[in-house]
Write a protein that binds this ligand. Structure first.
Ligand SMILES: Nc1nc2c(ncn2[C@@H]2O[C@H](COP(=O)(O)OP(=O)(O)O)[C@@H](O)[C@H]2O)c(=O)[nH]1
Ligand SMILES: [Mg+2]
Length: 307
């Protein structure tokens, strides 16, 4: 599809797809999943897909249960491991993930012959399992999207545990899992507005606008990592810090497995950001591109984007 140009960003009927690297994008309603998928396409092709393109599914109601898969144009994407055949990179957008549905998925203790005696089984909810398996391609990497302008996850503990349970189930499937936080600029603008109206923030992450965008983002992302690790421990994840191993590295970690990413929302918005290429204050166009590239890299160490 890359060869078919950026106007036709659909998986279509590739005859011999060769190796495929599948990335599944999951997240709640309106978190920015589709905008993020389109931003990856824009990053790879240099132009944002038109809203009129009928191959693109923006409407939640029309999203197929299995999701909608787009192949990243190869144009600017360079793949890191030269000894391996270059995989096609496909990104699958999905319908909204629903935390009540996840909360209803029971986790069960695993028999003692498993690798770790204390390990529990975190089953995938049925539709996530189906989307993960895909139709023509399975997905080995997951991008979970969190909207920073929505209710803070740490103020809704049952939702927080549901997110941890979903991430736990995906990590138990040996998926590479990365968290993307969208709309932090919008969240900071709201915090600045509240501060201007004299509404107290108590210095809390996400409410205190801080001295700069970077500081605001750093505090928000750090807090989200900590609460997800705490939620994982509460739902029975066996290792500290949501690690895969005893004394292994924690998950998620800022700038390694969790990233701030302002998405481009449509072609006009993409053009608007072009005028903010390298401004001293963040975010700017360069920053957005770097964040998108870092996410792709984190989702697959084999993918590198050209400078
Ligand atoms: N300010 C801001 N708005 C965003 C961002 N990403 C998405 N949006 C807006 O959020 C709404 C939902 O986006 P969409 O991508 O359709 O979310 P989805 O339902 O998760 O696929 C739309 O109005 C987008 O324009 C972002 O990074 N920043
Ligand atoms: Mg969508």
């Amino acid at each position: 599809m890359g060869e078919r140009g950026s106007d036709d960003p659909q998986m279509g009927d590739v005859q011999d797809p060769g190796p495929v690297h599948g990335i599944l994008v999951l997240g709640g309603a309106q978190t920015g999943k589709t905008s993020l998928v389109m931003s990856f396409l824009a990053l790879a092709s240099g132009s944002y897909p038109s809203r009129k393109n009928t191959n693109i599914e923006w409407k939640e109601q029309a999203m197929p249960e299995i999701g909608k898969t787009y192949e990243l144009p190869k144009g600017d994407l360079r793949l890191g491991c030269s000894t391996m055949p270059h995989p096609h990179v496909v990104v699958t957008d999905t319908r909204s993930w629903n935390f009540e549905e996840e909360a209803a998925t029971k986790n069960e203790p695993v028999s003692s012959d498993k690798v770790y005696e204390r390990e529990r089984l975190f089953p995938l909810s049925p539709w996530v399992g189906t989307a993960l398996k895909g139709q023509a391609f399975s997905h080995s990497s997951i991008l979970f999207v969190i909207d920073a302008s929505a209710e803070f996850l740490w103020t809704n503990w049952s939702q927080c545990k549901a997110v941890a349970r979903l991430l736990a189930s995906l990590r138990q499937q040996q998926c590479t899992v990365v968290v993307a936080v969208t709309k932090l600029l919008k969240a900071r603008e709201a915090a600045l507005r509240d501060a201007a109206y004299g509404i107290g923030h108590g210095g809390h992450a996400g409410q205190d606008p801080c001295s700069s965008y970077e500081v605001f983002v750093g505090r928000y992302v750090e807090k989200l990592c900590v609460v997800l690790q705490r939620a994982a421990s509460e739902i029975g994840w066996p290792f500290d810090g949501f690690s895969h191993l005893p004394e292994g590295p924690p998950f998620p970690v800022p700038n390694a497995t969790m990233f701030d990413v302002p998405a481009w929302t449509d072609p006009i918005n993409f053009q608007k950001w072009q005028q903010r290429k390298g401004t001293p204050e963040l975010p700017n166009m360069k920053y957005i591109k770097v964040q998108l590239e870092k996410i792709l890299l984190a989702l697959s160490p084999r993918i590198l984007t050209s400078p």
